[in-house]
Design a protein around this ligand. Structure first.
Ligand code: SF4
Ligand SMILES: [Zn+2]
Length: 364
């Protein structure tokens, strides 16, 4: 059909073939059929879906907004002009989140392969990943009811028949077992014990547009709340042991805090009708919960936050090379099979060790 309408050449036989990028296996969806037969198949099984897909009017902002022609005139994205503090727009419209910049900072090539051209990845289903996911899912379900979490809703994992209404709706029983100690720690600091808090949204990505940089800004905080005229963004992290670090060191370790502060200050506060913003970073370990609070009223902190986003954002926005940067994370990089320098870091370390060097940090 496409050949007929786009080239004017009359097709004789038609093949539509999927080729797996992972395994190279070919699968023929249509195999050597005549144009009349393909027309018949389209009318009977495809046309209704095509019509349904092209008449939608509901706008659902997402990462794909970055490639939408209508982006500049769409009011579904929250204005966040100047978020990246770029002097000029990038070479084309792009989408970015805090986790994008974390990935980019470690290796631009990995970011490009994972997030931009979506090469098949090999992910390790690590325990920290699974427990973090389960903890977030359980808390999103619990906080969606706008009431404080309680111990009654957290049965012992050995008693999975009593998973409870929150757990049953949110997590797989096996993953609940991993999340259980972290959720118990959360009970001590559940913010919904404060009845003056109003929940706006939980576990939802907000999409905004920085017109100055021509970039879609994706922000996923674990919860957005209003307390009086303060807009609160809550970030929750699970760790095996509480870090021995002060509030400033924690700020440096979690880019999401700087990201959220700048997003609040640049547009979210006004968008949600608040007067100030606050980022609460809740760090959960099996034996404790610690909440660090950062305010947009803190001028020195805001200067640091803006500087961090500006430096990383500027590099990312202007980049068209995506140079690989071998680093200690290469051994478990999800796209290492596509990377030509995947073993460069390991070889460099081995060479230093063979030469008897005591410092194998590769800093020099
Ligand atoms: S293997 Fe290393 S250098 Fe290659 S893309 Fe992954 S992180 Fe970057
Ligand atoms: Zn809670």
């Amino acid at each position: 059909m496409a050949a007929k309408y786009q080239t004017g050449t009359e097709p004789q036989r038609i093949w539509v073939t999927e080729i797996g990028l992972n395994d190279g296996i070919e699968f023929h969806l249509i195999s050597g059929e005549s144009p009349d037969r393909v027309e018949e198949l389209y009318q009977s099984g495809g046309r209704d879906f095509v019509l349904a897909a092209t008449k939608g009017e509901e706008r659902v902002p997402g990462r794909a907004c970055g490639s939408c022609e209508y982006l500049g005139g769409c009011d579904s994205l929250i204005p966040l002009n100047g978020f990246l503090q770029a002097n000029s727009p990038g070479p084309w419209t792009r989408s970015v989140s805090a986790s994008d910049l974390v990935l980019y900072e470690a290796c631009p090539s990995r970011w490009y392969m994972e997030r931009e051209i979506h090469l098949p990845r090999v992910e390790e289903g690590s325990e920290p990943l699974l427990r973090g996911l389960a903890t977030h899912q359980w808390l999103a379900q619990a906080h969606g009811r706008a009431k404080a979490c309680s111990a009654d809703e957290l049965p012992d994992p050995a008693d999975i028949d009593r998973l409870g209404s929150v757990g049953e709706a949110a997590v797989d029983p096996g993953d609940y077992e991993l999340a259980y100690p972290f959720l118990r720690s959360h009970l001590d600091c559940c913010p919904l014990h404060d009845e003056s808090i109003r929940s706006l949204t939980a576990e939802r990505t907000l999409y905004a547009f920085d017109a100055q940089a021509d970039a879609v800004i994706a922000t996923k905080a674990d919860a957005f709340w209003l307390r009086g005229d303060t807009l609160i963004m809550r970030e929750i992290k699970t760790v095996q042991a509480q870090p021995e670090a002060d509030k400033d060191e924690i700020f440096s370790a979690f880019l999401a805090v700087a990201w959220d502060l700048v997003a609040l200050d640049t547009g979210f506060i006004g968008h949600f009708g608040a007067a100030r913003g606050e980022v609460q970073l809740e760090i959960l370990s099996p034996d404790a919960a610690v909440v660090h609070t950062y305010s947009t009223d803190d001028a020195a902190l805001m200067k640091m936050a803006r500087g961090r986003i500006r430096r990383l954002g500027r590099d990312w926005l202007a980049d068209v090379q995506w140079t690989p940067t071998p680093n200690p994370g290469c051994t478990h990089c999800s796209v290492r099979r596509w990377c030509g320098v995947r073993d460069a870091w390991a070889h460099a370390v081995a060479t230093k060790v063979a030469a008897g060097a005591e410092d194998i940090s590769l800093a020099s």
